[in-house]
Design a protein around this ligand. Structure first.
Ligand code: HEM
Length: 499
């Protein structure tokens, strides 16, 4: 079946795909069942069969690894499998690196910041400035280790306290992990950490997670077809506006506090560095209009959203896999005991000496892909690609999930097997087709930070505790919950100190 909306010459040679419905395009075909599922069953977690990344991968069996869909009248091309994703995002990076103007995102971000900013000189300057500044505050460096360990110390103390009280029902690790993770971003960008019981901060984290989920996984996605729905005074639309307003108020208060206490000689964090750069540009008269407080606001929001939910969910997936595969948990603990022992805590300097532990982290990331559809890209020029013509402005969805389940590059891709990342001598083997952080010019800006956090969190928790599911409680479904990130379905774990 070839999709050919009438009288649009430039769509004549687009990749094949299912026939679009009037008005909604193929929208109804893959997103509406999610709402219906929830409406009809009342169950929040959907079966994998209708989760968007899995559904999009299944469609590739019908139309090939490169196919078209219509969301409303908007052409969307889905990239599946390692070869197609790499060829597009890496080999044709010049044209595949823009971001689309998606109504719900444009309303929420004004296309400022980094994550959703159009590809071009402003995005490049902002990304470079933030990356360099975060590096100066320790991103990717050993100097950041104490900051991450501080959060871990809180988790460990809390787990010791909670483990007995929740010995039968188990502990929900989500608030503890997300607090420790977001505090790392807070330290670097806001210059402050928050107590895990700080009510305002806890509310902010919950709002962000909720906002992300409803903006891609509720009737709020209809805003992309009918933008005026955003202003409806009820339901998820009102909820979304409320979430946006609360996050805005929180961040604006913090920026304002920085401005009024700024000492340009002693910048405390990313906000200070940004304000200093802004003033320097104004003084030199070389403003390009992008270094503004408004822009700063969206950048901080980006770092929070991109840096908290993704890493938190990755740690939660790691723990879940360890309780489902207790033999792997034991093997990881044996390796840590042998290399690090129990008298000192694992450090980033141990990284090269814990290949099985690292392979386990990578295998869980491969299986779970917390940002399974990356962030939508857009074609900036009409492009010939693999024999098809993809018109300028087409939305591109790189299905990273399909890359990690691609049977042409992974043996038994649905099997959980950490040793696939080890060579015959047990050394860690990097693989080009392992791309949880994306690939090309839009590759995750926080990759090094996330890797540090995952390694330290995982090794420290594995060294200190044994995790298992509560007695008689069935394991949660492993397909997860799809928002912009893929979160595990809620679960609790019983925790026993190993010492
Ligand atoms: C395990 C944790 C993480 C994963 C799996 C992850 C994954 C990703 C992915 C797949 C993308 C989209 C790539 C694309 O569009 O092609 C992305 C973008 C991004 N990530 Fe991450 N990320 C993680 C943690 C972080 C952290 C901690 C930060 C904070 C510094 C961060 C900041 C960003 C930013 C700013 C972008 C947008 C880059 C751009 O558009 O130029 N991420 N990430």
């Amino acid at each position: 079946m070839q999709c050919q909306p009438p009288s649009q010459q430039y769509l004549a040679n687009i990749p094949p795909g299912p026939k679009p419905w009037p008005v909604v395009g193929n929208f109804g075909g893959f997103l509406v069942p999610a709402f219906l599922w929830r409406r009809l069953t009342g169950v929040r977690d959907r079966p994998a069969a209708v989760s968007p990344p899995v559904f999009l991968m299944q469609q590739a069996k019908l139309y090939g690894n490169l196919y078209s869909l219509f969301v409303g009248s908007k052409l969307v091309v889905v990239l599946n499998g390692y070869d197609v994703v790499r060829e597009a995002l890496s080999n044709h990076a010049d044209v595949f690196s823009d971001r689309p103007d998606i109504p719900i995102i444009t309303i929420l971000t004004k296309r400022k910041g980094i994550v959703f900013a159009p590809y071009g000189p402003v995005w490049r300057r902002q990304r470079k400035f933030c990356h360099t500044t975060l590096r100066s505050f320790g991103l990717g460096k050993l100097s950041l280790e104490p900051c991450i360990l501080e959060g871990l110390a809180v988790i460990k103390a809390e787990l010791l306290r909670l483990s007995e009280a929740f010995a039968h029902t188990g502990v929900d690790m989500t608030p503890l992990i997300s607090n420790a993770i977001s505090n790392v971003i807070c330290s670097m960008s806001l210059g402050q950490r928050f107590h895990h019981q700080d009510r305002e901060f806890r509310t902010l984290l919950d709002l962000m997670a909720h906002g992300l989920e409803i903006s891609v996984n509720s009737p709020a996605v209809l805003i992309n077809i009918f933008p005026l729905l955003y202003y409806l005074p009820f339901g998820v639309f009102k909820e979304l506006r409320q979430v946006e307003g609360d996050i805005t108020a929180f961040l604006k208060r913090i920026i304002e506090r920085h401005r009024s206490t700024l000492d340009p000689e002693n910048p405390r964090d990313l906000i200070d560095m940004y304000l200093v750069e802004m003033l320097a540009q104004q003084a030199a008269g070389e403003e390009d209009g992008s270094f503004t407080e408004d822009y700063l606001f969206y950048i901080i929001g980006d770092l929070f959203i991109a840096g908290t939910d993704t890493t938190t969910n990755s740690v939660l997936w790691l723990l879940l896999y360890m309780v489902i595969y207790p033999d792997i948990q034991e093997k990881v603990q044996e390796e840590i005991d042998e290399v690090v022992g129990r008298d000192r805590i694992p450090s980033l300097t141990d990284k090269g000496s814990l290949p099985f532990t690292e392979a386990t982290i990578m295998e869980v990331q491969r299986m779970t892909v917390v940002v399974p559809l990356a962030i939508p890209h857009m074609i900036s020029e009409t492009t010939e690609f693999r024999g098809y013509t993809i018109p300028k402005g087409t939305v591109i969805v790189p299905n990273l999930w399909s890359v990690h389940r691609d049977p042409t590059v992974w043996e038994n891709p649905n099997h959980f097997k950490p040793s696939r990342f080890l060579d015959n001598e047990g050394k860690l083997q990097r693989k080009d087709c392992f791309i949880p952080f994306g690939i090309g010019r839009r590759v995750c800006m926080g990759e090094q930070l996330a890797k540090m956090e995952l390694f330290l969190m995982f090794t420290n928790l594995m060294q200190a505790f044994k995790f298992r599911l509560p007695e008689g409680v069935p394991s949660p479904p492993m397909h997860g919950r799809f928002g912009l990130t893929l979160a595990p379905c809620s679960y609790t774990v019983c925790v026993t100190a190993r010492n």
